[in-house]
Design a protein around this ligand. Structure first.
Ligand code: ADP
Ligand code: MG
Length: 288
């Protein structure tokens, strides 16, 4: 639904939707009753069918951005438009695959039930899933190659399998925008390649995919656009324009190093825990 120029509410059909699937204007999001800003003044547009990688150090606000887009966190300031209208009108349009560490994997629920959750937004209040909901869940499980796991508790699965379950749940929602928070972290190479191939397929169907990742090589080679974030937007555009030494130093600070003309980013621990060469006991011992 949206409000037209005459103030009347009207239903939006797919053919009338804005070519920019997602528009974010001056978005700020805060924790601790508004006292701690996690995102500040973030603005960018994502056209339909675009594949965007969101990159930034730990604590940059990547997960906060995704949660704000799907309405899990209220903005302190600014707006988020999906198909040109506020998010609330298009709840089903954006599906979110959370970071694995944010999910309680001990929750006693099986794979099929998790994937059915993707259909809940389409069911009217207290309505049971229809035949078509069950068919969509089955198709989503098959698409992710986990049909055989349908009755297994999610806690029993490997990291890669769990990632596929949550992706199947998102697909069951039949979204226009798919948001995946660090889907490649802790999964095997085959699962990663499988997910990238699936993104290729979804892109040909016009789905907009937004993925956060620490893998800059992947972001540069398999994505159309990159967003470099550290509370504010450092750069947004084609990966080659975004991943410059200057931008990476601005985003990663002490975690970025120049080696043979290449910028490397080290995210193993906070900057103050890095020793300076000469301060390392091992190095000093070697020098003796
Ligand atoms: P990223 O996903 O890039 O690692 P997050 O969005 O998780 O970053 O976090 C951004 C900032 O918000 C960090 O400083 C983090 O400590 C803070 N933060 C995240 N979640 C919460 C929360 N639930 N309560 C308070 N602060 C939070
Ligand atoms: Mg995160």
């Amino acid at each position: 639904m949206r409000t037209n120029a005459q103030g009347q509410r009207e239903t939006i059909h797919k053919s009338q939707m804005s070519p920019s699937h997602l528009q974010i204007h001056d978005l700020s999001v805060a924790y601790h009753n508004g006292t701690r800003l996690a995102l500040e003044g973030v603005s960018f547009d994502v056209p339909q069918g675009m594949r965007l990688a969101v990159v930034g150090p730990n604590g940059a606000g990547k997960s906060t951005l995704f949660k704000a887009i799907v309405g899990l966190l209220p903005p302190e300031r600014g707006e988020i438009l999906i198909h040109g209208t506020p998010y609330g009108a298009h709840k089903q349009c954006a599906a979110y695959v959370p970071q694995r560490k944010e999910v309680d994997w001990s929750f006693p629920v099986n794979v099929q039930d998790v994937v059915m959750m993707g259909r809940y937004g389409s069911l009217s209040w207290l309505k049971y899933p229809s035949k078509s909901d069950h068919a969509i869940v089955k198709r989503s499980l098959e698409q992710m190659n986990i049909g055989a796991l349908a009755k297994r508790p999610i806690g029993d699965l490997s990291g890669g399998q769990q990632q596929r379950v949550f992706l199947a749940r998102a697909l069951a929602q039949e979204p226009h925008i798919l948001l995946m928070d660090e889907p490649f972290t802790g999964v095997d190479a085959a699962t990663q390649e499988g997910m990238l191939n699936l993104l290729d397929k979804l892109q040909t169907q016009g789905m907009t995919c937004i993925v956060s990742t620490h893998d800059m090589n992947l972001a540069a080679t398999r994505f159309d656009r990159a967003l470099l974030l550290n509370q504010r937007i450092i750069a947004y555009g084609a990966p080659a324009q975004v991943f410059t030494t200057e931008n990476l130093l601005r985003a990663f600070g002490a975690h970025a190093m120049l080696v043979d003309g290449q910028t490397l980013v080290d995210e193993c621990c906070p900057p103050d825990e890095h020793f300076q060469i000469g301060e390392s006991p091992e190095l000093e011992r070697l020098e003796e």
